[in-house]
Design a protein around this ligand. Structure first.
Ligand code: GLP
Length: 248
């Protein structure tokens, strides 16, 4: 049996899309039907396939375009560099800020230090295959990691430096994930429209019993998804019902 027409057409489109730059317009149903001699319905099904696969994106009133890649990041105490490499992407960074500063009350509270204790502030644009994926703003304990501000964080992994050069051992962490709207200055850096949705991941990581890092990562919602491994938990039926808010 031969593959249905729309599948063949989808395969042809897939090849075209893989050569096209992100954001390039895809052919419309009408164009595709005219060029290939298939019905408009077949053309639509082929385009739908690529939209479902995340290769094309439909923008209401504008048309269909080559999508930016969506990257799936695990909820684990891993670094951006390792996460991207594990998914076959090439990580890179652009430095926005790197300086030592006295901790204000908020930073001091999170890191558990006296106000005024020196803290290294590191802000970077994190990229995957040259596409900006996130802005990361970190506050790190400068007393635990003196000299951090001298590193070249455009080419270095923060977690590599902390663990290999300073002997940090990340034994725990906590990550809060919240949805938001991009700040105007971040929209420009992330190359997304102003007002676009973002996900903010706020992480504190603990080494040798102390909070050493506080990082907020701002990801465009359109380029990013989170995945977590969920393990089975043994719970009594009544607990499960109340957890799921199921009434008897
Ligand atoms: C992740 C974490 C950040 C951490 C960063 C370090 O993105 N969410 O909290 O600071 O990794 O990344 P790297 O070691 O690549 O600099």
């Amino acid at each position: 049996m031969t593959a249905p027409k729309y599948r063949e057409l989808a395969e042809m489109l897939r090849q075209q899309v893989s050569q096209a730059p992100i954001g390039a317009p895809a052919p419309s149903e009408r164009q595709l039907a005219e060029e290939t001699g298939v019905s408009r319905m077949t053309a639509r099904r082929a385009i739908d396939e690529l939209v479902k696969e995340g290769l094309l994106t439909r923008e209401v009133g504008r048309g269909t375009f080559v999508a930016r890649p969506t990257i799936s990041v695990p909820l684990q105490l891993t670094s951006f560099t390792d996460d991207m490499r594990a998914r076959g992407h090439v990580p890179s960074s652009r430095l926005l800020e790197l300086a030592d500063r006295p901790a204000d009350a908020r930073v001091a509270g999170v890191l558990g230090v006296e106000q005024g204790t020196p803290v290294t502030v590191l802000a970077r644009v994190r990229m995957a295959d040259g596409v900006p994926m996130a802005i990361e703003r970190s506050s790190l304990r400068a007393d635990r990691f003196p000299g951090l501000a001298r590193y070249d964080f455009e080419n270095e992994s923060l977690y590599r430096v902390l663990s290999e050069d300073y002997g940090a051992r990340f034994e725990a962490g906590e990550q809060v994930i919240r949805a938001g709207i991009v700040r105007d200055e971040d929209a420009e850096i992330l190359e997304i429209p102003s007002g676009a949705p973002v996900l903010e991941l706020v992480r504190v990581s603990v080494s040798r019993g102390e909070v050493v890092e506080w990082t907020t990562s701002t990801y465009p919602a359109s380029r990013f998804e989170l995945s977590a491994r969920i393990a089975p938990v043994t719970v009594r039926g009544s607990e499960l019902r109340s957890a799921l808010r199921v009434r008897d």
